[in-house]
Design a protein around this ligand. Structure first.
Ligand code: AMP
Length: 589
């Protein structure tokens, strides 16, 4: 498909888009005005995400409107109105106080997409604790490191996840004072050293007054991965809700009465910003599906729940494309009004496939854990250039920058020149630091810009096009994986001398995690050992992070300073000329 292809925005809108004229919206926009669309805590006590998400609606006309509709794996449906969600999150906030957790304490939640997760997230925010989601498919090692980095004080999880991934680690987590366990199938639990989540909540009042919350109070901790070192905890504050709300309205075009489905898991930033916060602040009904991807189930959900705005990811779209348009046509999907995608490059074919199959193109948008919310988007009223991430949000100033020989950074003015995607700091959901790592944070800024680590170009019409990552982090099925974390886990195996990990291109998952290992003296390559290593890594890291392929090599290529040359491993794997590497920047963090 040529890069000049344009999908024109239809002008016969069913609902006039919230952002009708891009240039005018940019000219008129200010974050101060966006903030005025929120209510603020009563008595001028500040700004709290959970108040804007639920309490504000619970005390108004939306009190009895469904806020979240949770679809269980086995077909059970549980719906919570804004009023109910407000009361339940009050109970959770009171429960936190009972176990002695207060302002600034980290409350981690590791669970599938079940109602208890949403209640805990909102309750933790009401209590001014810091909500930190952990992806439930992480293995014990990623869980341990993230709990330790953020010094979790409270962990909410399910009985089975606790047994499988945490109970054995407990003695190495002295800071973890309270574990609140959600029993399976609604049953109570009696695991030693834990509280039963439901019993505890039932003992607590459903009334809670949110105490004064400064917009800069820490609210969220989201882990992300870099090329080297431990995972990084991106810190977000209550003020972020201004961006969650505004981007939900402008980029996802949320309208009152919408049924919205964000398919992302709240273990990742998309599932928190747009699976929990933005739909609620915008007062829509949000679908939460506990089950994993399944084309029939997904189309069934779109049809039966009359989803109008659907926010999903390229890997899922590619899997739906594989399942074929004929399957989609068996369902009545007329309620759909707006489709959006995020997380990895969206192939132009997928945008067009959306148009052919649903009568609506997918609107790609771009952002990352650090930005906390959507920064670049294809808006409902905009012509789409398939393959482009779109244009910066009103209130967001993006640039393509390059490093000059003297080390300073300058914006590239000419169109279509590749460089690093950079943003002028100042939007409300910008991360305020990496937890306890000020130097790592400082390194993200130069020349008055936040440097995103992504390479991109901007065309003459101001559309941004993703080119690739500047570093070695891997995007697999939409999830960011740090090669160092995988290498470290492999090196704990007695046979492994060294390990190098890359992302290998994959037609569906974009990349799969592939490891190269060299063996210690006395160990020989064999299929059995390969299988053992795959299993070993999977047990430690969990399915979402573990390598899918392992190759044995005699030695790993290293730079003179001893760093593994992952780019060389990748070039060899892909049969690319190794000489090309001279043009690639070595990633230093
Ligand atoms: P995460 O912090 O896990 O949300 O990952 C953020 C990274 O995902 C970005 O820095 C990009 O590398 C990639 N990404 C997110 N959205 C897009 C998009 N629309 N197109 C291409 N890459 C994307």
């Amino acid at each position: 498909m040529s890069s000049d292809t344009i999908i024109k925005s239809p002008r016969d809108w069913r609902e006039a888009p919230n952002l009708r004229d891009y240039e005018a919206a940019r000219a008129d926009f200010s974050w101060e005005a966006a903030r005025r669309e929120l209510e603020g805590l009563p008595d001028n006590l500040g700004l709290n995400i959970a108040h804007e998400a639920v309490d504000r609606h619970a005390s108004g006309p939306k009190r009895d409107q469904p806020a979240i509709r949770c679809l269980g794996k086995k077909g059970d449906v549980r719906e919570f109105t804004y009023g109910e969600l407000s009361a339940l999150s009050n109970r959770f906030a009171n429960a936190l106080q009972r176990v002695g957790a207060g302002k600034g304490d980290r409350v981690y939640v590791m669970a599938g997409r079940i109602p208890e997760l949403y209640i805990a997230a909102l309750g933790a925010l009401k209590n001014r604790s810091v909500f930190c989601p952990l992806f439930s498919a992480f293995g014990p090692e990623p869980v341990r490191s993230r709990l330790a980095i953020g010094q979790a004080r409270v962990l909410v999880t399910t009985e089975s996840l606790y047994e499988r991934k945490i109970s054995r680690l407990r003695s190495s987590l002295p800071f973890l004072e309270s574990v609140l366990l959600i029993g399976e199938a609604g049953k109570s639990t009696n695991a030693p050293g834990t509280h039963d989540y439901h019993r505890l909540l039932n003992q607590c009042s459903d009334r809670f007054s949110i105490a004064a919350t400064a917009p800069e109070d820490v609210a969220l901790l989201h882990f992300t991965s870099g090329t080297t070192g431990t995972p990084k905890g991106a810190v977000h504050v209550h003020e972020a809700v201004v961006a969650h709300h505004a981007t939900g309205k402008l980029a996802l075009d949320l309208h009152p009465g919408d049924v919205f489905w964000c398919t992302a898991d709240p273990g990742w930033v998309t599932g928190a910003s747009y699976g929990v916060i933005a739909p609620l602040t915008n007062g829509v009904t949000s679908i939460v599906d506990e089950a994993g991807f399944d084309p029939d189930r997904w189309y069934g959900i779109l049809q039966n729940h009359k989803v109008s705005v659907w926010y999903t990811a390229p890997t899922a779209i590619r899997m739906l494309m594989k399942a074929g348009s004929a399957l989609a046509r068996k369902y009545d999907l007329h309620a759909l009004r707006f489709l959006a995608s995020v997380g990895e490059p969206l192939n132009p074919e997928a945008v067009v496939w959306g148009k052919e199959t649903f009568g609506l193109p997918f609107h790609d948008n771009w952002w990352q854990t650090e930005t906390g919310g959507i920064m670049i988007a294809n808006f409902a009223s905009m012509n789409i250039k398939p393959g482009s991430m779109g244009r910066p949000l009103p209130g967001v100033e993006a640039a393509i920058v390059r490093k000059k020989s003297n080390g300073t950074v300058e914006a590239i003015q000419e169109p279509n020149v590749e460089g690093e995607l950079a943003l002028r700091p100042g939007w409300p959901s910008m991360f305020r630091g990496y937890w306890n790592e000020p130097q790592r944070y400082e390194k993200c800024f130069a020349g008055g810009y936040y440097l995103t680590g992504d390479l991109a170009r901007r065309d003459a019409d101001g559309y941004y096009w993703f080119v690739g990552r500047k570093d070695d982090v891997i995007k697999t099925s939409g999830h960011l994986v740090g090669p160092f974390e995988v290498e470290s886990a492999l090196m704990e195996h007695k046979a492994v001398a060294e390990a190098g990990v890359i992302g290998k291109p994959d037609p569906v998952a974009m990349e799969i995690v592939k490891a190269f290992v060299s063996l210690k003296e006395g160990y020989a390559e064999s299929e059995d050992l390969r299988r053992e290593l795959l299993g070993f890594a999977r047990t430690r890291l969990g399915a979402a992070v573990a390598p899918k392929q392992i190759d044995f090599v005699a030695a790993l290529p290293r730079t003179r300073s001893g760093k593994i040359m992952r780019r060389l491993l990748k070039a060899r794997e892909l049969g690319l000329p190794e000489g090309d590497l001279s043009t690639l920047e070595t990633s230093e963090e």
